[in-house]
Design a protein around this ligand. Structure first.
Ligand SMILES: [Zn+2]
Length: 240
């Protein structure tokens, strides 16, 4: 079965759908309210972990003090990062919030999910500075991939793999034991397909991504490999 290493949802029905299909995954909470809502839902479901962090888009709206109690509860920190393409939040503010969360996660041995868009080069020194286990979600930059591979990061293949050469390059270049799969949620799938995607289409779209990864890697039984990688990433805290 496929997994979903990074996604968003505000619908219990979607989480229940994943649990019903024994799909393991990491759902993202970008505010304290979202974390509390997802936590209440998660207690009733198997196989879903929660990551929490201040998204770069929210760096000027959610304070470190406000989010810190949530980071203390969360086993996985993210998605956090830097973005100068899809938001116009002041970059210095983004850096300040990013670095505080990186420092916190490193100190407490909590693995981190990174969102990097247009700032892949600028984020490198920060990621190098704070020793940790990183997972870069939907990496889609055609440069600096080797630098992040050298840092032993995990990478999730985004649902645009069928049409995006940078995402195909991730599947090709990243070692087999560092690859993950993600949808980023139904709205991201819809964005990617240019139409409203229904939950009933989710499995087929995720399996399409797996088929692309298998073809690019020349390796079969990919779902089992990917699932093992997700378990290893999640268990980082327990082993460190
Ligand atoms: Zn996301």
């Amino acid at each position: 079965m496929v997994h979903d290493a990074h996604f968003h949802t505000d619908e219990y029905a979607f989480l229940a759908f994943l649990a019903q299909h024994q799909i393991q995954g990491i759902v993202n909470a970008s505010s304290s309210q979202e974390y509390l809502r997802l936590s209440a839902w998660q207690k009733q479901l198997e196989g879903i972990q929660i990551s929490a962090g201040i998204h770069p888009w929210n760096s000027d709206r959610i304070s470190w003090e406000e989010m810190r109690p949530i980071l203390e509860q969360a086993a996985i920190i993210g998605e956090i990062g830097l973005d100068n393409v899809w938001c116009d939040v002041d970059v210095l503010k983004q850096f300040e919030i990013f670095e505080r969360q990186l420092a916190y996660a490193s100190k407490h041995h909590k693995p981190v999910i990174l969102h990097l868009k247009g700032m892949e080069k600028e984020a490198l020194p920060s990621v190098r500075k704070y020793q940790n286990q990183y997972f870069i979600h939907w990496y889609s930059c055609d440069a600096y991939l080797d630098e992040y591979i050298a840092l032993d990061c995990y990478f999730s293949v985004g649902p645009s793999i069928y049409k995006d050469r940078a995402v195909q390059q991730v599947a090709k270049s990243v070692p087999l034991n560092r690859l993950l799969l993600e949808s980023d949620g139904i709205s991201a799938l819809s964005w990617c397909e240019n139409r409203q995607v229904q939950t009933s289409e989710y499995l087929a779209l995720m399996k399409r991504s797996v088929a692309y990864i298998e073809a690019l890697k020349g390796h079969r039984n990919m779902e089992a490999h990917l699932n093992q990688n997700l378990m290893n990433f999640i268990n980082y805290t327990k082993n460190n």
